[in-house]
Design a protein around this ligand. Structure first.
Ligand SMILES: Cc1cc2nc3c(=O)[nH]c(=O)nc-3n(C[C@H](O)[C@H](O)[C@H](O)COP(=O)(O)OP(=O)(O)OC[C@H]3O[C@@H](n4cnc5c(N)ncnc54)[C@H](O)[C@@H]3O)c2cc1C
Length: 348
């Protein structure tokens, strides 16, 4: 049995902690916020990806589809089934052609039903509309299940605790699952810090009429999506361009002063900074229901991706043994968290 410190109470750190504790280790999970899943794991587009989103990266699509099975087994109570998942290819400016998208879905074994006339999209702007078999995650339910499983598995949870190098000295193994802060606790003698691309993102939450239990994605380029926000009856908007308020490539994120207080704070009503008008102006060209969207507030967090992968848009999850004592989880899609946790246990 080892004494294991897991740093970061997002879905990847929490799941690794649960699996390590179930494997018989003494596990302490450190989270600097007052609850688990407050950062990217609680603020995202809530799509439990099976691959449709990644026609330019078959590796990402394949691993999402494979991982989907173990995520559902572990976190079934947080999975929202039975919605309509509409994927559309824009006529202009799409990075994937309709035929190529259909061929990709066939290769990946992704079910698609072509929709000849989808009333929620402007017909002359889309070249292809299909319905796929996917799900969403309910962030509130996921938080509840994670807390329950942390307790049941015997993980000692330290909330409001920012881990420091001194705190971690007494542990046999340290698992870093700090996403936007992955380089901060890498000890200097383990010279393996890495550059990431950081994006300070806004997710507007809106009230839409006529889109209950419907998610729409316009692929694949400078486009947008709208998906249900848990069971709130509201939607979260995504936009490849307008969601990003600031971005940098480096060892740590550079966060503009005016955005820092908004990050990982849940829903902010009347945010002092917002691009909601841009979301609505560009989104409503394709999805008319967005034209009458009521802005309820916005969520802000940092997305961390590998740099310079615009060509494929790949989102790998990478578990690395950095040294005798340190393991790093770089996370891609949420559905991959259980498979990543199993890799961590194998490395312990
Ligand atoms: C805008 C956006 C949309 C996305 N959409 C989707 C989607 O639809 N589907 C999908 O599958 N994925 C999506 N993703 C990606 C997904 O959200 C992330 O890959 C995943 O949530 C990251 O989980 P994590 O546990 O690695 O990190 P996080 O959830 O960010 O957790 C890291 C935790 O570490 C804590 N921490 C940092 N430093 C310390 C320290 N020193 N001590 C203690 N705690 C510390 C932080 O407070 C944080 O809680 C999206 C991401 C973003 C940002």
């Amino acid at each position: 049995m080892k004494r294991v410190a897991v740093v970061g109470g997002g879905i990847f750190g929490a799941t690794a902690a649960i699996y390590a504790a179930r494997a018989g280790h003494e596990v302490h999970l450190f989270e600097k916020e007052s609850d688990v899943l407050q950062a990217a794991s609680g603020i995202n587009q809530y799509r439990l990806h099976r691959g449709y989103h990644y026609p330019r990266s078959s590796d990402t699509a394949r691993s999402a589809k494979e991982a989907d099975v173990s995520f559902r087994d572990e976190y079934r109570e947080a999975v929202i089934e039975n919605g309509r998942h509409i994927y559309a290819i824009a006529k202009e400016g799409s990075l994937v052609a309709p035929e190529a998208f259909l061929a990709f879905c066939r290769e990946q074994g992704l079910e698609v039903k072509e929709i000849p006339a989808e009333p929620h999209l402007v017909p002359n702007l889309v070249a292809l509309v299909v319905e796929g078999e996917e799900s969403w995650m309910d962030p509130a339910a996921l938080r509840r299940v994670v807390l329950k499983k942390l307790k049941e598995s015997g993980v000692e949870l330290h909330l409001n605790t920012r881990a420091t190098p001194e705190m971690l000295e007494s542990f046999d193994t340290v698992v870093l699952a700090t996403y936007a802060r992955l380089n901060e606790l890498v000890p200097p003698e383990v010279d393996v810090t890495q550059e990431y691309q950081y994006e300070v993102c806004e997710k507007p939450v809106v009230r839409l009429s006529g889109l209950e239990n419907i998610g729409i994605v316009v692929l694949d380029g400078p486009f947008m999506c709208a998906d249900p926000w848990g069971d709130s009856g509201l939607h979260v908007l995504g936009n490849v361009v307008h969601a990003i308020h600031a971005t940098n490539i480096g060892r740590t994120p550079i966060i503009p002063e005016n955005l820092a207080p908004l990050l990982d704070r849940g829903l902010i009503k009347n945010p002092p900074i917002t691009k909601i008008q841009d979301f609505i102006a560009s989104g409503s060209q394709y999805i008319p229901a967005l034209g009458t969207a009521e802005h309820v507030g916005s969520l802000f967090t940092i997305r961390t991706v590998l740099p310079r992968l615009e060509k494929t848009d790949a989102r790998p999850t990478i578990v690395t043994k950095l040294s005798d004592r340190y393991i790093r989880i770089f996370s891609g899609k949420i559905g991959n968290c259980v498979e990543a946790a199993k890799e961590v246990v194998a490395l312990l």
